[in-house]
Design a protein around this ligand. Structure first.
Ligand SMILES: C[S@@+](CC[C@H](N)C(=O)[O-])C[C@H]1O[C@@H](n2cnc3c(N)ncnc32)[C@H](O)[C@@H]1O
Length: 254
């Protein structure tokens, strides 16, 4: 008796960005698994069961959700932003790959959501208007020298870089090191957007240059967009500046 499992992206935080598909999947679920703050965004019925776990327990949460689905439940695993971007969809796939064969028969659906870099970009103009990439600064899941190598390669190749997981209490120095690495490659005038809690009530968008960028401006709820040498800032009287990367690129990395 195999049930269903949906891995659902709830978007950056505003109810307006929860897609109709996500809402329908949440309404169908009998059992919902997730990190507490994400489950707290939902209004559930009395017959729906919440299974809260810590944010660092992604694989255990995935296995518990798969066990419930294999037992015939209609299960939802919720994630902030998009579930496939540094989030639960990959953890569920990993659990399936290494789990019992019957988990491969579970009907799996990944429901996309608006990821943080798109939310921050929308709040600041169009910094992702040309080629870009996304890098997680967390060295819990990969060695730090890999992070630095990728940052330098991306900056050197002219990509705009969206930096997820920039800093936390357990990872206090990595963002400063990342800015140092980027300053070796990019001009100090390169625009840097600190997008905190985009589309939430405590949103804060701050635009600096790479020369001015200070790790203290970021926290765990911040996604940082580092421009390329071609990213531009349009100052506007009485309004926030617009940051954009032109659709046309002259090529070259600097
Ligand atoms: C574990 S990752 C999850 C990303 C999520 N799956 C997504 O697609 O946005 C958590 C990181 O996403 C970024 N983030 C999530 N929501 C955000 C928001 N509303 N505004 C800015 N950054 C956000 C932050 O960099 C945070 O450290």
């Amino acid at each position: 008796m195999s049930g269903r499992l949906s891995v659902i992206g709830l978007g950056p935080g505003d109810a307006a960005h929860v897609t109709p598909e996500a809402s329908a999947s949440i309404a169908e679920a009998t059992d919902l698994f997730g990190y507490g703050p994400y489950l707290d965004r939902l209004t559930l019925r009395a017959d729906q069961h919440r299974h809260v776990s810590d944010n660092r327990e992604e694989l255990d949460r995935s296995r518990a959700a798969l066990v419930a689905a294999a037992g015939g439940k209609t299960v939802a695993v919720v994630s902030g932003g998009d579930p496939g971007v540094f989030a639960m969809a990959a953890a569920v796939c990993e659990a399936i790959e290494h789990g019992p064969p019957e988990w491969r028969d579970i009907e799996l659906q990944v429901v996309p959501g608006v990821t943080a870099m798109l939310a921050v970009a929308a709040r600041s103009g169009a910094p992702l208007g040309h080629d870009f990439c996304a890098i997680s600064l967390s060295d819990n899941l990969k060695p730090w020298d890999v992070v630095e190598t990728r940052l330098k390669a991306a900056a050197g190749a002219g990509f705009v870089i969206a930096v997820y997981n920039p800093i936390s209490r357990a990872r206090p120095w990595q963002l400063g090191k990342a800015f140092e690495a980027l300053r070796e490659t990019l001009p100090s005038t390169t625009p840097v957007i600190f997008g905190r809690a985009a589309f939430r009530h405590d949103e804060k968008i701050v635009i600096k240059t790479l020369g001015e960028a200070d790790p203290a401006q970021a926290d765990m709820a911040t996604c940082i967009i580092v421009g390329s040498a071609e990213t531009r800032v349009i100052e506007r009287s009485g309004r926030a500046p617009l940051v954009y990367s032109p659709r046309q690129s002259a090529g070259g990395s600097r």
